[in-house]
Design a protein around this ligand. Structure first.
Ligand code: NDP
Length: 246
């Protein structure tokens, strides 16, 4: 299975891969792992200091020099995404992979207590931002010999759960967006798939389950076989699928 996928050292050599939310949690580990396997990684996130520390770690492990795109998905406009796509096309000529990983949990609360502002923020970051970014990036991805678009869902993106309000709805929307794109680009060089990380030891998980013993959870590193597989040429014929990383 993909859980025991063995990634060769140069698996992602010559690939350019963008990771959103690359400063922390699962995105940080994915960026480090992609770089370790030879990819040039574009680190996108909202906290520049965190991105810089991932950048330094990538340089320290002697992987290809990464790039940093500071961007808050909450305030980003179509112009930001257009500029970003133009810069990537200019600097690298193509984009081989995008990991949509950045996400906002918000506050768990009863449905009648959901605040409109909180709803809007979560939809903006988890759905609308991803939509606008993907729309801008597809033309640069089409310059790759084969490109992999990966979205991040959740258990609550397949079955609604009490109190998970806008986060759960946003993950259903993410799965829908991935299915639409996968169907539209079927039989092209662009493939689109979804990862459900499962319970993972990160700040987001700790916020959702403050009383839990984090040591009982899988770490971002444990998930990497699935994350590496989907960016590698071994997944070229996979499209429109959902992968549980655990
Ligand atoms: P973290 O909260 O640890 O990391 C999320 C990352 O996204 C952070 O780097 C954060 O930046 C970034 N981010 C958040 N909002 C924005 C924004 N507005 N603009 C740009 N970047 C932003 O979460 P995880 O690593 O746990 O989660 C990664 C993905 O996996 C998410 O999509 C999440 O929904 C999903 N997931 C996680 C599970 C888990 O158990 N951990 C389970 C199921 C799904 P900053 O550090 O600056 O805040």
């Amino acid at each position: 299975t993909v859980h025991d996928y063995q990634a060769s050292p140069e698996l992602l050599k010559n690939k350019v891969i963008l990771v959103t939310g690359a400063g922390d949690g699962i995105g940080r580990q994915a960026a480090l792992s992609y770089a370790e396997h030879g990819a040039t990684v574009i680190l996108l996130g909202r906290t520049v200091s965190k991105l810089e520390s991932v950048y330094d770690e990538i340089i320290a492990q002697e992987s290809p020099q990464p790039a940093i795109i500071p961007l808050d998905l909450k305030g980003a406009t179509e112009n930001h995404y257009r500029d970003m796509a133009a810069t990537i096309a200019d600097q690298f000529g193509k984009l081989d992979g995008v990991l949509h990983n950045a996400g906002l949990l918000g506050i768990l609360s009863p449905f009648t207590h959901i605040e409109k502002d909180s709803w809007d923020d979560i939809m903006q970051v988890n759905v609308t931002g991803q939509f606008a970014m993907t729309q801008a990036l597809i033309p640069v991805m089409e310059k790759s010999p084969n490109a992999s678009l990966v979205f991040t869902s959740s258990g609550v993106g397949r079955k609604g759960r009490a109190f998970w309000g806008p986060y759960s709805v946003s993950k259903f929307a993410t799965e829908g967006m991935a299915q639409v794109i996968a169907d539209e680009y079927e039989d092209t060089k662009l493939r689109t798939n979804v990862i459900n990380p499962g319970a993972t030891r990160t700040a987001m998980r700790a916020k959702a389950y403050p009383a839990e013993d984090a040591k009982s959870l899988k770490t971002p590193k444990d998930l990497m076989p699935t994350y590496l597989y989907l960016m590698s040429d071994d997944s070229i014929s996979d499209n429109g699928l959902c992968f549980d990383a655990q």
